[in-house]
Design a protein. Structure first.
Length: 486
């Protein structure tokens, strides 16, 4: 990462002006022991999280008491541990991995090295499986300070992903280059201000950016994940782009096409949906003597499920992001993280989101539905199109929702029919209605003469405990049914 000499000199002056005992900054002369550096990275990263700083700093060539420049002989770019480069060795022994970078600066009074260290995000940073913290001006094992350890974990639990910093210490020009601010305004139906000061005021008001202690700008995760011009410009977020994969046939043996989204979720959403739309299979139908091609999956369902995968993902799971996989007979939408509500209660549970600021903004610009209505619409759409019911699977810290290609009632497996019956009962229940033989026939597109088929299905669904009679004493021909949990 390139930083100008002017920026580094400004940063150094800001750090030297700090009080003597500052938990997120440590000054050294020539101490270049790799073991000590690794422990300080752990301690400073954890302390930065504890006191609410986005970064911490370890600086060589500064006298600890006076903060005067004394110069250093330490050359991190030339330092090795055994046969391994110092930076690579440190990174290997840190867990979880965080971003840190060495800057070497020449001054009139001697060489200075600044190590910029990212704050701990979701758990304490360990070096060689030991966690450290700064107590006053001393580096201590975190395990010896149980109260601080408990408070640190509470901070991790309370600090939303959106408020953390994606990129720190950038100037105004870089902010405008890294964020698609024109999309920020256009998605809200507002003209782009001609004055950059007004642009920055709006971005700050929505917590997309913040002014930091060295007079520069921090771009928050919220700003980056929504409006990044290129997500790969943010190291912590580049694996969070949406991947779309098309396979040949029903399995994953042959990949026909694979693409990864480059833009932020808000600025790139419509393009993503259009890209998926162009890849999905179509059926040819005749309407008023004209042949038309229609998507085999309802467009609204696809849109809702992709938006849900984005909004409800667990950003603490690194190295993985939302994924859309298209097969011959189905479409799978997967996101990192397990649901916060029981999958059987998706239709009626009060909405819960890990990423409320993200969800709120996407609702504001029309990407997401209003709170809690998204999955209801997915189920309603599959019923309108008389498709097999969508399924939700949870495994290995991921949630996968599957839409299935058209299949006639007679070709559905019994399990599929029972699941469709259950979801129909849930949908009716949230609409203050009940499942009946007639409503279920309509859901499957069956004729009145096929009433007995539906009666048998209802009986099966009751037997396995998916639905139950609303009033068991009602005459069979007038019987109404509700979900098992109602």
């Amino acid at each position: 990462m390139n930083r100008s000499t002017e920026y580094l000199e400004s940063l150094l002056n800001e750090l030297r002006a700090l009080p003597k005992e500052t938990g997120w900054v440590e000054f050294k002369g020539n101490n270049q022991d790799p073991q000590t550096i690794g422990q300080y990275i752990s301690a400073l990263s954890n302390t930065a999280a504890y006191i609410g700083k986005s970064h911490a700093y370890l600086v060589w060539g500064i006298e600890d008491e006076t903060h005067e420049i004394i110069g250093t002989t330490f050359k991190p770019s030339q330092t090795k541990k055994g046969n391994e480069e110092l930076e690579s060795w440190l990174l290997r022994l840190l867990s979880p991995r965080i971003n840190f970078i060495f800057f070497e600066l020449k001054t009139e009074k001697g060489e200075v090295v600044i190590l910029e260290i990212e704050r701990a995000m979701h758990s304490p940073v360990r070096f060689e499986n030991r966690e450290f913290i700064r107590i006053g001006s001393y580096k201590k094992p975190l395990s010896e300070h149980s109260q601080i350890e408990r408070e640190l974990w509470r901070i991790f639990d309370k600090t939303p992903f959106e408020n953390m910093i994606a990129k720190a210490n950038v100037d105004e020009e870089t902010v405008l280059k890294l964020l698609d601010y024109t999309s920020y305004f256009s998605l809200q139906g507002m003209p782009v201000p001609k004055n950059n000061k007004l642009v920055f005021e709006r971005l700050m008001a929505d917590e997309m950016i913040e002014k930091n202690e060295v007079g520069l700008w921090n771009i928050t995760n919220l700003g980056a994940i929504l409006f990044a011009t290129t997500l790969s410009a943010f190291p912590n977020l580049k694996r969070k782009s949406v991947r779309v994969i098309v396979y040949s046939g029903k399995g994953k043996l042959e990949t026909l096409r694979e693409q990864e989204g480059a833009k932020g979720y808000a600025s790139g959403f419509e393009g993503l949906i259009q890209f998926i739309d162009n890849l999905l299979p179509r059926n040819e139908v005749i309407k008023k003597a004209l042949r038309q091609e229609v998507l085999i999956y309802p467009e609204l369902s696809v849109r809702e499920l992709v938006a849900n995968a984005i909004v409800h993902q667990d950003f603490s799971l690194t190295g993985t992001g939302p994924m859309i996989e298209i097969f011959e007979n189905r479409m799978e939408i997967t996101n990192p993280g397990v649901p916060l509500v029981n999958v059987d209660r998706f239709l009626d549970s009060p909405p819960r989101s890990r990423n409320e600021a993200l969800a709120s903004f996407l609702r504001r610009v029309g990407v997401c539905e209003e709170r809690g209505s998204g999955f209801d619409k997915v189920v309603a759409q599959t019923e309108t199109y008389q498709l097999p019911p969508p399924t939700v699977e949870v495994s290995n810290n991921h949630t996968r929702v599957t839409l299935y290609a058209p299949k006639s009632f007679s070709n559905m497996e019994l399990e599929e029919k029972i699941h469709a019956c259950y979801l129909h009962a849930c949908l009716k229940y949230v609409m203050r209605e009940q499942l009946t033989n007639a409503t279920l026939r309509a859901r499957f597109g069956l004729k009145d003469a096929e009433k007995s088929k539906v009666s048998r299905l209802i009986k099966e669904a009751v037997a396995v405990g998916k639905i139950k009679p609303m009033d068991p004493d009602t005459a069979p021909r007038h019987m109404k049914y509700v979900p098992f949990w109602a």
